[in-house]
Design a binder for this molecule. Structure first.
Ligand SMILES: Cc1cc2nc3c(=O)[nH]c(=O)nc-3n(C[C@H](O)[C@H](O)[C@H](O)COP(=O)(O)OP(=O)(O)OC[C@H]3O[C@@H](n4cnc5c(N)ncnc54)[C@H](O)[C@@H]3O)c2cc1C
Length: 391
């Protein structure tokens, strides 16, 4: 069986690695060389524990031992994650994951997939590098996936968040992440240190506000960290400056109803989706690297188990739902309440930080939640137990 994978980000590169290691012929396509994709690059301790290559590899990463949460009213809480997490440059991460796939036997083509067609039980794939055929097609082509649309799966504007920010070169790196909540719209601002630059960003619901408003909010935040940089960004003639490169991108953030009807594979037409293309991102935090890699592992397991019997591939829908679907659906359910809800007369995020400063149990729950060590299912009962125990 030959499998074609469109997109060599974390999802596609991991899938190519897993399939090749199991003796399957893999064609892996990406329109670009490994690149600095718009992304915080944050890899949670949950991901580091589960995927050894992320934890132990030689690729440079910034380890993080401190996390500062700042509310819209500037209340602050600094917590130390139970386990350190990592911030990767996406270019470095991409390069390492592609190399692993190629070393395992995948054939990587740096070419845009222009068209795909399913004829007589085979996929025909047209690229700038020539035409190819395969028995199975995987869309790992990110948030704006063309393969998803061709497969007939439609995400609505309510299924996306929008993010923008700057990657800023600097040699002043502190191993601390800042996250600031907002009161005007859902989402948050961040400052993620990498090995040689800082990623500043802001994300909110798609079309919830204007890019100009998001940009102004982010510059206001940067001003509290680096006044000179804020001045530079305000007076720049374009969006970027010599040391700060601007980015803007969509992030899948699926609505509850979309999670309920989501099917990301089809045995008859021999296709499947993984990673952002499938919408596998935490709607509350925007974490997607873990789910890209995890979904690739699950799809590889479904495909490898069924070599020559692609008909059983539909197991994949059950597998991802069991592994993380309920969690991500729960995050979608909580999203509105988390960012827009009020509790005892103040925004929930204000109260959360206020409580966490007073109660160790709430503080530990919050720390685990942000580090990816506390799931959403069961969160409410742990918070209630913690708040009531007054430790
Ligand atoms: C601003 C921002 C901040 C984020 N921060 C974090 C974070 O800190 N931590 C985290 O875990 N997640 C974060 N995410 C989410 C994370 O970036 C994604 O979930 C992750 O990259 C998904 O991996 P993927 O392989 O599915 O897709 P991608 O990484 O998007 O890879 C898709 C690949 O497909 C290629 N491609 C697309 N179309 C074609 C085509 N037609 N032909 C050939 N190739 C094609 C692209 O070139 C790309 O390389 C963030 C996202 C954004 C936008």
């Amino acid at each position: 069986m030959r499998i074609a994978i469109v997109g060599a980000g974390p999802a596609g590169a991991r899938l190519a690695h897993q399939l090749s290691e199991n003796g399957i012929e893999v064609l892996l396509f990406d329109a670009r060389e490994a690149w600095e994709k718009p992304c915080g690059g944050g890899v949670t301790s949950k991901a580091l524990r589960e995927f050894e290559f992320l934890r132990d590899g030689a690729t440079p990463k910034q380890m993080i031992s401190s996390l500062r949460l700042i509310t819209a009213r500037n209340r602050e809480l600094t917590v130390a994650p139970r386990y350190d997490f990592a911030i990767y440059s996406r270019k470095e991460l991409g390069r390492m994951m592609r190399l692993r796939a190629v070393n395992a036997g995948a054939r990587l083509h740096c070419a845009r997939v222009e068209n795909t067609e399913f004829v007589n039980g085979k996929w025909r794939i047209e690229t700038g590098d020539g035409d190819f055929t395969s028995d199975f097609l995987v869309g790992a082509d990110g948030a704006s996936s063309v393969i998803r649309r061709r497969a007939g799966l439609k995400f609505e504007p309510k299924d996306f968040a929008y993010a923008l920010g700057w990657h800023v070169k600097t040699d002043r790196i502190e191993p601390r992440v800042d996250v600031k909540y907002l009161d005007e719209f859902s989402g948050y601002l961040w400052q993620f240190p990498r090995t040689d630059h800082i990623s500043y960003g802001v994300a909110s619901g798609y079309q919830e506000t204007t890019p100009a408003r998001l940009k102004a909010k982010l510059i206001e935040f940067i001003e509290t960290q680096d006044a000179e940089l804020a001045r530079e960004l305000k007076t720049a003639s374009g969006n970027s400056t010599p040391r700060a490169s601007f980015y803007a991108a969509m992030i899948p953030s699926l609505d509850v109803s979309t999670w309920d009807r989501l099917k990301v594979c089809d045995a008859k037409r021999a296709w499947a989706l993984v990673g952002d293309a499938a919408g596998f991102v935490d709607p509350l935090t925007g974490e997607g690297i873990y789910y890209a890699i995890k979904s690739a592992d699950l799809l590889a397991r479904a495909l490898v188990n069924q070599v020559g019997q692609v008909g059983q591939i539909e197991d994949f829908d059950e597998m991802w739902r069991a592994a993380f679907g309920a969690e991500l659906r729960r995050a979608a359910e909580l999203q509105d309440r988390f960012y827009r809800g009020n509790f005892a007369g103040a925004p929930l995020t204000e109260r959360m930080v206020q409580f966490a400063r007073r109660h160790r149990g709430v503080r530990e729950t919050l720390r685990d939640l942000v580090a990816g060590d506390q799931g959403y299912v069961g969160l409410k009962s742990r918070l209630l137990r913690s708040a009531l125990s007054f430790t």
